[in-house]
Write a protein that binds this ligand. Structure first.
Ligand code: AMP
Length: 215
């Protein structure tokens, strides 16, 4: 399947993407994960992206677009992809259309996971992530704490709060989302591609997608 997952930070795009990859081998492509990898590896792209990311701002479109143009042409994306965190602006969406047309690929749908702002704020301030780049298991201090505080159940590495998941950075990310990314809902609606999922349950989002695609 070839889907765009739209939704504010913390709406559950990553969780839904992981559940869908188990269905048909489509790959999750998370621009946030790729960028965090570049920052850790100390690449040019990582150095350019870091300040924007820590402030909760978007990384400039040109950097994201050249990164995604490469990523979408890697062999594992042929089977299908779940775009998690991309596109995030109208120019990114327009560039993606041109790229997919060039590659002869059609999108199945853009799924909007629409979760109330209070739920998101609560989810993100209580979210913790395994610091091991190869694991990145997600925890929540209220609903899914690690068995031993601060230690990942899966790999034993330290469990941390991401620098961009403090309350201040989260509010900035949500404001950026409203201003720059929310207009994509109208964009894909006009294209006849929008699947709207007004629920905070990832299982319900996956069921709606399966119904829509008949899988
Ligand atoms: P995420 O993990 O998707 O919330 O992304 C973390 C951060 O990476 C965002 O707050 C942005 O700074 C940056 N980022 C991720 N995807 C994009 C994108 N498509 N365009 C611009 N910046 C992005």
């Amino acid at each position: 399947m070839r889907l765009i997952l739209l939704g504010a930070p913390g709406a559950g795009k990553g969780t839904v993407a992981k559940m869908l990859t188990n269905l048909d081998g489509s790959v999750q492509i998370s621009t946030g994960d790729i960028l965090r990898g570049e920052v850790r590896a100390g690449t040019d792209l990582g150095r350019q992206a870091q300040a924007y990311m820590d402030a909760g701002d978007l990384v400039p479109d040109e950097l994201i677009l050249s990164m995604m143009e490469k990523r979408l042409q890697e062999p594992d994306a042929r089977q299908g992809f779940l775009l998690d965190g991309f596109p995030r602006t109208i120019p990114q969406a327009e560039a993606l259309e041109r790229l997919l047309e060039k590659l002869g690929i059609a999108l199945d749908a853009a799924v909007n996971i629409d979760v109330p702002r209070e739920v998101i704020l609560d989810r993100l301030t209580t979210r913790r992530t395994c610091s091991n780049p190869d694991c990145q298991e997600i925890y929540n201090v209220k609903t899914k704490p690690p068995k031993q505080e601060g230690v990942c159940d899966k790999c034993g590495s330290e469990v941390i709060q991401r620098a961009d998941e403090t309350e201040e950075a989260i509010k900035a990310r949500l404001d950026t989302y409203e201003e720059k990314t929310a207009p994509l809902v109208g964009f894909y609606e006009r294209e006849g591609k929008l699947l709207s999922c007004p629920t905070s349950s990832s299982e319900e989002v996956v069921s709606a997608i399966r119904r829509q695609l008949g899988i």
